[in-house]
Design a binder for this molecule. Structure first.
Ligand SMILES: [Zn+2]
Length: 453
């Protein structure tokens, strides 16, 4: 009896220990404000994402100048000492329609076989009407910025899916097509969202390094959806610089050809499941060696944020793909892989010397950073930098680094500060605050989607 009791005691002790280890401690960030605001040092657990190391990231101006266990610390830098959190590269949402994210959820009346079907319904036309109306009222900047803010607070620093030539960008996150200070030529990225059969003209592949195209968004039993792949090839648009959004209709043969030419795939499972009841066979794509990125698509039929999209993807991976996607792939699907798909990998996508200082710090939810990422929610985002500019983070941190410059935002009980107003960039409406943007949208539209659902 005594022996049994001791065994039980030991087991319970071990269980308690496991429990204690599993409960994350709150992230602690201490800030020592320096004399030179252009220099910053982040000390803590870094996920580059190829490597996980205890070390430091040095930022000088817009650029990362050192990532190592120990760097030469520049004089006058502000130092952030970060514990119980992970320092990630800023996330890249490989596919979105930023300007639509002020709209609430759209519940399709039924499931469809292909994209053209739901787009033609009365239900969708009625749902989409406010988008056209607000644009007509001259509120394009406000709706894009609202979408950017939603992305920023989820750690996204670059997003695909705004029209090139948008006029109020450059003050928040990077809009891939608009470059946002990445110093690349215009048309470096070209996006096509209409039916591929209507594509006219050609592409100068010397200028355009990434052609991002909606393709084969339908069931794999739908011949019309699958045939879009042939049309893409016939038009000379299928190259290693092509990034295919969706490809839900693809089977092994299409993925094989994609891998052969080095074309990239962008996956948005939640929207696919809502509209078609099925998503892209990522297991087949990976077996063939296709590079896969993840994107939210948009909030109306997709996830509210990138963390939710990751969880949907992980669930599909478990229930349908026999966990073919490795844990360490998730972070790559929202950093380094989309930087390659969008041909921005010389600028962003990793924590590495010479790349832009786009950085996202998340509360540790698990001793494994990959598991931790899958358990992250909006309130766990600690700090977000875009090009060395801290735009969002915990109240205590921002009040020290940028006192009086940013606005209060409470995210599921967590007190944050967000810096929307920009007084430096010569961009229309740059000085608008979040409160002003929200007020303008609410005055013109009664059903504004919440910022932090
Ligand atoms: Zn889309």
């Amino acid at each position: 009896m005594k022996k049994r009791f001791r065994e039980l005691e030991r087991t319970l002790g071990a269980a308690m220990l496991v429990l204690l280890l599993a409960i994350p401690s709150w992230a602690a960030i201490t800030v020592a404000v320096g004399t030179d605001p252009s220099k910053q040092i982040l000390k803590g657990k870094i996920v580059t994402p190829d490597q996980v190391l205890d070390g430091e990231v040095v930022i000088e101006g817009e650029t990362i100048t050192c990532v190592a266990v120990d760097c030469d610390d520049p004089a006058g830098a502000t130092v952030f000492t970060i514990t119980n959190a992970y320092i990630f590269p800023g996330f890249i949402d490989a596919h979105n329609h930023v300007a639509y994210n002020f709209l609430p959820k759209w519940t399709p009346p039924k499931l469809y076989q292909r994209r053209a079907q739901w787009q033609a319904t009365q239900s969708y036309k009625v749902f989409k009407k406010p988008y056209d109306e607000l644009k007509e009222k001259g509120l394009t900047c406000e709706i894009i910025k609202y979408g950017e803010i939603k992305a920023l607070i989820s750690g996204v620093t670059t997003i695909q899916g705004t029209s090139p030539g948008s006029s109020c960008i450059r003050v928040l996150i990077r809009n891939a097509e608009n470059q946002n200070k990445l110093g690349l030529k215009s048309l470096h990225i070209r996006t096509y969202i209409l039916d591929i059969s209507s594509f006219k003209g050609g592409i100068d592949w010397n200028v355009t390094k990434s052609f991002v195209v909606h393709l084969a968004e339908g069931l794999d039993t739908d011949d019309r959806s699958r045939n879009e792949f042939n049309i893409l090839k016939q038009k000379g648009l299928f190259t290693g610089q092509t990034a295919i959004i969706h490809g839900t209709a693809f089977r092994e043969a299409e993925f094989k050809e994609m891998a052969q030419v080095g074309a990239k795939l962008i996956w948005s499972p939640q929207s696919n499941l809502v509209l078609y009841g099925k998503t892209t066979n990522i297991r087949l794509a990976l077996q063939q060696g296709v590079l896969v990125s993840l994107g939210v698509d948009w909030n109306p039929s997709g996830s509210d944020n990138i963390f939710d999209e990751l969880r949907v993807a992980a669930q599909v991976n478990d229930s349908q793909f026999d966990n073919a996607i490795a844990d360490s792939d998730w972070i790559k699907m929202i950093t380094v892989n989309p930087s390659k798909a969008l041909a921005l990998d010389s600028e962003i996508g990793k924590l590495a010397q010479g790349l832009k200082a786009d950085i996202t710090v998340l509360q540790s939810k698990n001793s494994d950073p990959h598991q931790s990422l899958l358990n992250t929610h909006l309130q766990d985002v600690q700090m977000v930098w875009v090009g060395g500019n801290l735009l969002y983070g915990n109240k205590t941190v921002l009040e020290k680094v940028k006192p009086t410059q940013c606005e209060a935002l409470t995210v599921h009980g967590s007190e944050k500060r967000i810096c929307v107003k920009d007084t430096k960039e010569n961009v229309p409406k740059a000085t608008q605050t979040l409160a002003e943007i929200k007020a303008i949208l609410q005055a013109n539209y009664s059903n504004l989607a919440p910022l932090t659902p």
